[in-house]
Write a protein of this length. Structure first.
Length: 225
C-alpha cells in the first residue's frame, strides 16, 4: 500500500500532472468530484464502483464512481467526493483515507471532474441511495490495463478526436454484466497506469489516441517533459 501511495504522490509532482491540472483549472467549467475507493482483497487491489439508476436525468444506467457536483458548502473537491460517497453508498467518512486528487477530466455535460484517490476500509454496510444508485460492485484495478473484454473505437465529439474505451465485466457476486466506459473508463486507465507503473496492454494499437500519462517517476521535476 505504501508503495502505491508513493507512486501516486510522485505522479502529482510531475510536470505532466501540473500541466493538466492548470489546463483544467483555467477552463471555466462547473466543478464536480468523484471518490476512487481502493482497497485490498487478499493481494488484489480492488476499486468500488456504482451503477446509476435508469431514472436519473443524465448518464442513466452508467457505471460510475460515487460523486457529483461540488456544493457551495463543500470546502473543496475532497469534501465533495466524501460527501457524495456517503450519500450514494453509505460509506462513512471515517472509512476514507485520501491519498491525492488527480487533475480534472471534462465530462460530456461540461463539468471538470476531479478524481479523489482514496484507500477505504471496506467493512461497512453498503446503503444505496434509491434515487441515484441501482447497485455497487468491485473490480480488480488491474482489469483496466488488460485487453481482455476491452473494446475501443475512435470518435469525434465537439471538434475533438479521441479513443472511447469500454470494459465488459461480469460480477460474480451480483451475477450481473457491467459496461464500464467513457469518462469512468478513461480515469480508471490513468489510475491503473500510475498504480502499476506500466502502460496498458492495448497501448500499441495502431489507431489508439492516448489519454493517459506515464512520466518518469524518478525525475518528477523535469520541466522539459
Amino acid at each position: 500500500m505504501e508503495e502505491i501511495r508513493k507512486r501516486i504522490k510522485q505522479f502529482t509532482k510531475s510536470y505532466l500532472f501540473k500541466r493538466q491540472l492548470a489546463k483544467g483549472s483555467n477552463d471555466g467549467a462547473g466543478i464536480a468530484a468523484v471518490l476512487v475507493p481502493l482497497f485490498f482483497k487478499g493481494d488484489k487491489l480492488q476499486v468500488l464502483l456504482t451503477q446509476r439508476t435508469e431514472t436519473l436525468s443524465s448518464h442513466r444506467g452508467d457505471v460510475a464512481f460515487p460523486g457529483g457536483r461540488k456544493d457551495l458548502e463543500d470546502e473543496n473537491v475532497v469534501a465533495t467526493a466524501i460527501r457524495e460517497a456517503n450519500e450514494e453508498i453509505g460509506l462513512p467518512p471515517a472509512n476514507v483515507d485520501v491519498v491525492e486528487t488527480l487533475y480534472p477530466v471534462k465530462s460530456a455535460n461540461n463539468l471538470q471532474v476531479y478524481p479523489v484517490i482514496s484507500f477505504i476500509n471496506p467493512c461497512f454496510e453498503i446503503v444505496l441511495s434509491q434515487d441515484e444508485v441501482s447497485s455497487a460492485f468491485t473490480v480488480p484495478l488491474e482489469t483496466f490495463l488488460s485487453d481482455y473484454n476491452h473494446e475501443m473505437r475512435n470518435v469525434h465529439y465537439k471538434s475533438r478526436h479521441y479513443t472511447l474505451h469500454t470494459f465488459n465485466y461480469f460480477d460474480i457476486m451480483n451475477q450481473r454484466q457491467y459496461k464500464i466506459w467513457g469518462l469512468t473508463a478513461a480515469m480508471l486507465i490513468q489510475i491503473s497506469v500510475i498504480v502499476y507503473n506500466r502502460e496498458p496492454d492495448f497501448t500499441n494499437h495502431p489507431d489508439i489516441i492516448k489519454t493517459w500519462f506515464l512520466p518518469d517517476l524518478t525525475d518528477c521535476n523535469n520541466s522539459r517533459l
